[in-house]
Design a protein around this ligand. Structure first.
Ligand SMILES: Cc1cc2nc3c(=O)[nH]c(=O)nc-3n(C[C@H](O)[C@H](O)[C@H](O)COP(=O)(O)O)c2cc1C
Length: 426
């Protein structure tokens, strides 16, 4: 597939606005100002674009809810928190090709009627902070941002807000709390963001990659864009693949590519000619799969049917050398550390599970621990305000479903067969 989203990846100085414009950048603005906001919204709806941040909600529908609210100013926020372990797909836009995101945000803000925008940036991306701010300054100087953009009556201001390193602040409502200067915790809905988002005003939060797709939908048209990928989840997607692979990295591919193609064709297969043991298809909060699932398509419906999820599309591959128990413990240590502490099942459950998993890995586990792990997972499930806790149970339940024998072996032989050890707490 010809690259669309990453087409500028190797263009020197593409972060410079003149270089970006010379490569066709900001072309979509002329088109949208002819179309008008309603037609832009309609085109995005027709494209079937679904959010790339993890929940895969239809972008056009989310925008429509906000458009219908007669309250101003409206906010558009790019979620650049990118906190899910193994996820690095938004990074190239933040650090190398910032104008592609800014252009997508201008087009989206125009359709929504938003006059204020923020890029909520992962605190651990200092390069992105510098690059984005420099690009925003350039865009203001060219009247691509600010008042009366390109002589029209549309005005849009944009600023970068840095996060302080909390995974929960990637969750849209916690992000808004953090943006407002409060502690990053989930907001109970309703009221919904379309009416009461940032600073109590109508707000749309979209993932970086979602917004990057928008100018391409406008330039190429919804029909062209949705002819790429699968019917259920159309369009191009940046897949970040990592772990025991010959060629880990970022690959732009159509939605619906199979796990086999992703791992063996693009990722070059398993490192050192080893066998595949397990694969996490969409970030650690998605359920692990096995070699039997290699022909499953990377799209929303197919992965859901397989009992997992596409999440952020961050695919982590584990070879036969990996210890699944260690991986599950490590994932739980992350969730325990990142639980915001508001819901008891998540706060206490992740703490309990990380201790149990550590003792199994360290050879001090008991067979009844496996039942306790399952019970704790079922207590967390459906009992938390936000999906962090829901995500935390996935590595445990899928680990026990597919690799129970590995857990039992650790308990029986009183240690990790790979010689690994875990700390009780992260
Ligand atoms: C714990 C948690 C962390 C999240 N982290 C991110 C993130 O880093 N980036 C992101 O775009 N979405 C993240 N999300 C999803 C957002 O809540 C939200 O669905 C998304 O930003 C909406 O954008 P989209 O519709 O374009 O995908 C996270 C959700 C949860 C529950």
């Amino acid at each position: 597939m010809e690259k669309i989203l990453l087409k500028n990846a190797d263009v020197p100085n593409i972060n410079d606005v003149d270089v970006y414009i010379a490569h066709g950048g900001y072309k979509s603005l002329d088109k949208i100002f002819q179309m008008g906001p309603a037609a832009v919204l309609e085109e995005v709806k027709r494209s079937g674009l679904r959010g790339r941040g993890g929940a895969w909600f239809p972008a056009g529908m989310k925008w429509q809810f906000c458009v219908e609210v007669n309250k101003f100013p409206k906010y558009l926020i790019a979620n650049a928190d990118e906190g899910e372990p193994a996820t690095f797909k938004d990074r190239p836009f933040l650090e190398k090709d910032p104008h592609q995101l800014i252009e997508g945000m201008i087009v989206s803000a125009y359709a929504i009627g938003a006059s204020k925008g923020y890029i909520y940036l992962r605190g651990e991306y200092p390069t992105g902070y510098k690059v984005l701010n420099a690009a925003i300054d350039q865009a203001y100087k060219k009247n691509l941002l600010g008042n009366n953009i390109k002589g029209t009556d549309f005005s849009f201001d944009l600023a970068v807000h840095r996060g302080a390193g909390a995974y929960i602040c990637g969750e849209a409502s916690a992000l808004i709390e953090s943006l407002e200067g409060k502690r990053g915790q989930f907001r109970v809905r309703p009221p919904y963001m379309a009416t009461h988002g940032a600073f109590g005003m109508p707000t749309v939060v979209n993932n970086v990659e979602t917004l990057v797709n928008v100018s391409h939908i406008i330039n190429g048209g919804a029909d062209w864009w949705s002819s790429i990928g699968s019917k259920d989840s159309p369009g191009p997607k940046v897949f970040g693949i990592s772990g025991h692979l010959q060629k880990p990295g970022l690959y732009e591919l159509p939605m619906g590519v199979t796990l086999r193609e992703l791992i063996y064709e693009h990722g070059g297969g398993i490192k050192d000619g080893k066998e595949l043991k397990a694969v996490i298809p969409g970030g650690v909060s998605t359920a692990m799969l096995t070699p039997e699932h290699l022909d499953i398509k990377m799209d929303v419906k197919s992965l859901q049917t397989a009992g997992s999820a596409i999440g952020s599309g961050a695919t982590t591959v584990m070879s036969e050398d990996a210890c699944v128990v260690h991986m599950v413990w490590r994932a739980m240590a992350f969730f325990y550390h990142e639980s915001c502490g508001r819901c008891t099942p998540c706060r206490e459950g992740t703490d309990w599970m990380v201790k149990i998993l550590a003792r199994i890995e360290n050879g001090e586990g008991r067979m009844e621990d496996l039942k306790i792990l399952e019970d704790v997972c079922h207590t967390i499930h459906n009992n938390c305000f936000c999906p962090l806790g829901e995500g935390a149970v996935n590595p445990v339940l899928s680990g026990l479903k597919y690799f129970r024998a590995d857990f039992e072996e650790h308990i029986r032989t009183r240690g990790c067969p790979k010689g690994l050890r875990a700390r009780a707490r992260h």
